[in-house]
Ligand binder design. Structure first.
Ligand SMILES: [Zn+2]
Length: 217
């Protein structure tokens, strides 16, 4: 996020001071939430704690001066600017990944369940063919095959049930992570399972105390 500061009206934060340039400086927040101030080639300079800077990392406690006299109130600038469009744009990936992994979990589980449940019906057939070839007249092999024919469906049903029990847990895990990640970048309110494109049409956070701008106008 970038907040431009200067005397010109097109700045995000307009300063009326004779020693402040038209395009004096920018406040920049990087993707880790770290703030910087950058001088835009102003006539009278930008100062942090009385040292002139070109670009410097800042905290809310730093004293920022533009030109000779104007003290920049960092909190005031942030409050006056409610632009969270860059952070909001990144939520599209969060939503897309969530939906994709949900579909992936569901379809891979359905495949495994079907596989396990069809095994019991396939195995006896294969065993039967083998016995038919090798074990002509052997009663031991016949008993063994009988045992497998009886056991295989039970095992298959058991594995199938076990696999389907895994789905809720996996889905719960990704849903929990989604609730942490898919939030308003300013107030942290969970945005629900609402597609990003639909949220985009709202343009700003509906939480009355927040109203963060999601889309730059
Ligand atoms: Zn919000």
């Amino acid at each position: 996020m970038i907040i431009t500061i200067g005397k010109a009206k097109e700045n995000d934060f307009v300063v009326n001071d004779p020693h402040v340039s038209r395009h004096h400086a920018s406040l920049i927040r990087d993707e880790h939430g770290v703030w910087f101030i950058e001088d835009k080639g102003s006539t009278n300079g930008t100062f942090v704690n009385e040292s002139q800077v070109v670009k410097k990392r800042i905290t809310p406690n730093d004293k920022i001066r533009l030109g000779d006299k104007y003290l920049l109130d960092f909190q005031e600038v942030i409050k006056s600017n409610n632009d969270y469009s860059e952070e909001f744009a990144r939520l599209k990936t969060v939503y897309d990944n969530y939906i994709q992994s949900k579909i992936k979990i569901q379809s891979s589980n359905q495949f495994k369940i079907r596989l396990f449940q069809s095994l019991p019906f396939a195995i006896p057939g294969i065993i039967g063919v083998i016995i038919g070839f090798l074990g002509k007249g052997s009663s031991n092999l016949f008993l063994l095959s009988l045992l497998i024919v009886v056991c295989a469906p039970t095992i298959g049903i058991y594995l199938g049930a076990k696999q389907s029990a895994k789905i809720p847990q996996l889905l719960q895990d990704i849903t929990n992570q989604f609730k942490i990640d898919y939030v308003c970048p300013k107030c942290g309110t969970f945005l629900g399972e609402i597609p990003w494109e639909s949220l985009k049409n709202r343009k700003h956070c509906p939480v009355s105390s927040c109203q963060a701008k999601w889309i730059r106008e």
